[in-house]
Design a protein around this ligand. Structure first.
Ligand code: U2F
Length: 571
């Protein structure tokens, strides 16, 4: 069946049901964004030339909101607890619905069982027939619940699953045996999924798929009005829970010298002692009232926690400058309680790395808060600087619809991955480029097309192979960084095309021997020892891994302006 864009969201709102604060929050958000979604749907439909889109049967099982997982989030919705996850689920549901998919929503184990057609009880009678869905979106809690209730049949069906995973899961943690043997075992990982089945809130690592959420977008007139009504000396503090303000008195003092300080900190009856008396505290606000406040403010200031939430994007979209602390040393699961146990070694160099890297000045300023001179001058600079409201395309409704559309139609983790043979890999080249690029890429013919041996069928792959650019990283450098340095992004889907001798040959690597091993750094080579190794376990293809001993073979690809998840020919 063909999927048709939907512009009436009332059925979705009914499907979500009610009762809990978390659900009310999500529904309120969906209602508030309806107009933006509708406009985006029409624009995307035009952009795609009204092309045929398959309607898929999709189950969304929101594990963390089930009673069976303890649902620790719902009771905190009105008390300053995390809302980022709720924002993200509301937007995923809406995107799938607006794209016209055949959607079922489950928020309890009972509903899960009934949708899957398995009898109640624990794994007693696993699903015997086919899975009644093309795709299942869930989270780590939901995955655990599905394991309990689908029993062994989960293994058979797991290629249909997508795991909404805020901070991401790196390949070394996902591979059960490897994680256990090499110290990467955590409470989460070890599901042996294709790492691209994990879908993150920000494009943390290209090993996972970036699904994201949305923020409000303004037209030219609205942007002008916002800029005209800015109050130059008004700051809003990022932190809805009193604990986030603890120990920040010295920064607050400096800030207060120049600006009127506002907060949206939850409180019951009394003002929280962590919030200084000079702060105008509005209490926790409904989302749209927070937007109003941000619309007036010039500065949105983070004190280091929460990490990587939606609020800074909302503030920047409303024309604020986001000021945040740099972390030196960076925070990660190795040195920080919040990240400890999360299935990633990603290093977080500031409170909001996405804002720093993908948005940057003048909208985002990242400074050393321990240096009061630097902090002080940042505030003065912010008061002088004029900025326009800005929202990266990938966080607009249209950008999210475009991305989710591309994933739903093209990502297929069930199809067998046939081995691929190149006649001449050296044809994968980067055409032009700076001196830096020339030292990394093999200087080869101009052609960027691939030819195939006559007995090998060119596989239909997504992202398409036309996007592939091969390069070797430096020693100690990950493929994430190697690709980024030349303006590309690492694409794990392309690892299987470069995990071969031809790739080494194409890069003119000297190999005494070419081994094949299980190690998340591979394929890679050691220049000193002239030792080359290919990857034996496709689940361990990792953009994130790095090792001082090795230069890695990196499959990079191009990406669309403002939409890092999709290559130029990906739509
Ligand atoms: C992040 O979760 P948080 O919920 O702490 O992230 P925030 O950026 O603070 O805000 C989430 C939403 O809360 C809304 C605001 C944001 O969309 O509009 N809000 C509001 O409605 N009223 C207010 O007064 C203030 C904010 C992250 F998203 C999670 O994944 C992490 O678990 C958490 C910890 O790092 O941080």
């Amino acid at each position: 069946r063909q999927a048709a864009f939907r512009t009436d969201l009332s059925v979705l709102l009914d499907q979500i049901g009610g009762g809990k604060e978390s659900l009310s929050f999500m529904k309120h958000r969906i209602r508030h964004f309806t107009e933006q979604w509708v406009t985006a749907a029409n624009r995307l439909d035009d952009k795609l030339g009204h092309q045929w889109r398959d309607q898929k049967k999709i189950l969304v099982h929101v594990g963390f909101l089930t009673e069976e997982s303890g649902d620790v989030f719902s009771p905190k919705v009105l008390k300053g607890g995390p809302l980022g996850e709720m924002v993200q689920w509301a937007d995923i549901l809406t995107a799938l619905y607006v794209l016209g998919q055949n959607l079922k929503i489950s928020m309890s184990v009972k509903e899960l069982q009934s949708f899957l057609g398995v009898p109640p009880g624990r794994g007693s009678c696993p699903l015997t027939g086919p899975l009644p869905f093309d795709l299942i979106y869930t989270d780590y809690h939901g995955l655990q619940q599905m394991k309990q209730h689908l029993g062994l049949s989960l293994k058979k069906h797991k290629c249909h699953i997508r795991v909404i995973d805020t901070f991401g899961t790196e390949p070394a943690y996902n591979h059960e045996e490897y994680a256990t043997l090499h110290g990467y075992r955590t409470n989460w990982g070890y599901w042996n999924l294709n790492p691209r089945q994990y879908m993150t809130m920000f494009p943390h690592t290209p090993d996972n798929s970036f699904i994201g959420f949305v923020s409000e977008e303004f037209n030219k007139t609205e942007k002008r009005n916002i800029q005209q009504n800015k109050v130059n000396n008004m700051a809003v503090v990022y932190g809805k829970e009193a604990s986030m303000w603890k120990g920040k008195e010295s920064f607050m003092e400096i800030l207060h010298r120049y600006m009127e300080v506002h907060g949206t900190v939850y409180y019951e009856t009394q003002r929280p002692p962590e919030v200084p008396a000079f702060v105008k505290n509005h209490g926790l606000l409904p989302q749209h009232e927070l937007q109003q406040l941000l619309r007036k403010a010039k500065l949105f200031i983070g004190f280091g926690f929460p990490y990587e939430g939606p609020a800074p994007l909302e503030a920047i979209a409303n024309g604020c400058i986001f000021l945040q602390p740099r972390f030196q040393p960076p925070h990660s699961s190795l040195n920080n309680d919040f990240f400890r146990g999360k299935p990633t070694t990603r290093e977080v160099f500031s409170q909001h790395p996405y804002a720093e890297r993908y948005i940057g000045r003048p909208h985002v300023m990242t400074v050393d808060y321990n240096n009061s001179f630097e902090f002080d001058s940042a505030i003065k600079e912010i008061m002088r600087t004029k900025v326009e409201p800005y929202l990266p395309y990938e966080y607009t409704c249209e950008g999210m619809l475009e991305r989710v559309h591309a994933y739903v139609q093209n990502q297929d983790f069930c199809a067998p991955e046939d081995p691929v043979i190149f006649t001449n890999l050296s044809r994968i080249v980067y055409g032009g480029g700076s001196r830096f690029i020339e030292t990394l890429f093999v200087p080869l013919p101009n052609s960027t097309s691939l030819t195939w041996a006559s007995n090998v069928r060119a596989p239909t792959v997504w992202p398409p192979l036309s996007s592939l650019r091969l390069l070797a990283s430096e020693e100690g450098q990950s493929c994430v960084d190697a690709c980024r340095l030349v303006g590309l992004i690492c694409e794990p889907a392309h690892f299987r095309f470069i995990n071969n001798k031809d790739a080494l040959h194409g890069l003119e690597v000297q190999c005494k021997v070419v081994n094949s091993e299980i190690n998340h750094i591979l394929p890679a080579f050691s220049v000193v020892q002239q030792e080359c190794s290919l990857q034996e376990e496709p689940l361990l293809y990792s953009c994130a891994g790095h090792s001082l001993k090795y230069r890695r073979l990196c499959p990079c690809r191009d990406f669309r302006d403002g939409q890092v998840a999709l290559c130029k020919d990906c739509l």
